[in-house]
Structure formats: structure tokens, C-alpha cells
Design a binder for this molecule. Structure first.
Ligand SMILES: [Zn+2]
Length: 190
């Protein structure tokens, strides 16, 4: 369980270490607020993403399915600062498909813990492999990291892209090219 009281105490210590007065009106409730916020932002530590992927439908087709540009946010484990962007999920179904909402919720759980973008990418791929047993998986995450840009305004425009390909989406050029051309397409109405 997340120990909110311990987080609040630690935040108070940080304020004291900074030479601030944690009892002044503006800061008096800050430790409690941060503790509540952290327990939400890190709630994925207490939840099992495979449970979210329980809404699975039987489907006899073997199709490439792409869920494009799902927004996500997470905290990097090196600085506990925000990184956010989009996740694109692709898989070639093998008799099982998952509801869109269930994939989105499981990504939200995997994001809600101290994370690294590279690991998150791999964990989403592994979760789909485990629950849907697809013929192949492709994950692409594009994100901006506050820890990269906060001290360096020229890094503002830089985006970190991470990928994970497996199965036919890794080994078959035609599947991989179909996936890449579909995700490169301009958004409708743009
Ligand atoms: Zn960082």
C-alpha cells in the first residue's frame, strides 16, 4: 500500500531542507496535497494491468489492428518529472482481439508508476503478447520529457521515440511496412 503519511513527511523535510517554512499559509497543506497526488500518479503500483485486459473477444480473422496516438502521461523514475505523449499500438490478431477501452486502461496502469519510456514500450508489448497471443506486436511511443527540457529550452522541440516490434511485425517486411505506412498517414481532416 502507498503510505501517504510517509510521503507527506518526506515532502515536509524537502521544504525544510530548502530553507522554506513548511508552516507558512501557502505551504501548510502542500505535503498532504503532494501525498494525495502521488498516490494517484503511482496507483499503477497497486493494480494489475492483465486484469484490465480481460475484455477479450474471439475473432477468426488474422488482421493488423492499430490503435493510433493514445495520449498518456507518466513520471520518469530518474527525476520523478512528467513525460507525456502518445502510444501507438499495433498487433496482428490470432483469434483474439481486445476492446479499445481495455487497452487504454492497461496502458494507463503501466504508466502510473515510476517509469522509463523504453521499459513502458516493452511492457505494453509483453502485456499484449501474454493476453492476446497475437502473431505480432508493434508499439511506438513518442514523448517529451520535462527532465530533458526544464533546464534546456533548446531541447523543447525534441521528442523521444521508442519502439518494440515482435513476431510477424518484426520478421515480415510486408506487415512492418503496412504498419509503418498506416501510422505515418496524416490524420483525417488535417
Ligand atoms: Zn528524467
Amino acid at each position: 500500500m502507498i503510505d501517504k503519511e510517509k510521503i507527506a513527511k518526506a515532502v515536509k523535510s524537502i521544504l525544510e531542507a530548502l530553507g522554506e517554512d513548511p508552516n507558512r499559509p501557502g505551504l501548510i497543506d502542500t505535503p498532504k496535497r503532494v501525498a494525495n497526488l502521488y498516490s494517484e500518479l503511482f496507483s499503477g503500483l497497486q493494480r494489475d494491468p492483465t486484469k484490465e485486459l480481460s475484455t477479450i473477444f474471439k475473432d477468426n480473422s488474422n488482421e493488423l489492428i492499430i490503435l493510433k496516438d493514445l495520449p498518456f502521461n507518466s513520471l520518469c523514475e530518474h527525476h520523478l518529472l512528467l513525460f507525456d505523449g502518445t502510444v501507438t499500438v499495433g498487433y496482428v490478431s490470432n483469434k483474439l482481439v481486445a476492446g479499445i477501452g481495455t487497452i487504454a486502461r492497461s496502458i494507463e496502469i503501466l504508466s502510473s508508476k515510476p517509469q522509463m519510456q523504453e521499459r513502458l514500450t516493452k511492457q505494453i508489448a509483453e502485456l499484449l503478447e501474454k493476453t492476446l497471443q497475437p502473431s505480432g506486436v508493434a508499439i511506438v511511443i513518442e514523448a517529451n520529457h520535462l527532465c530533458m527540457t526544464i533546464n534546456s529550452p533548446q531541447a523543447k522541440e525534441s521528442t523521444l521515440v521508442t519502439t518494440c516490434f515482435s513476431g510477424v511485425l518484426k520478421d515480415s517486411t510486408s506487415y512492418r511496412e503496412e504498419f509503418l505506412s498506416l501510422i505515418r498517414k496524416e490524420k483525417l481532416n488535417e
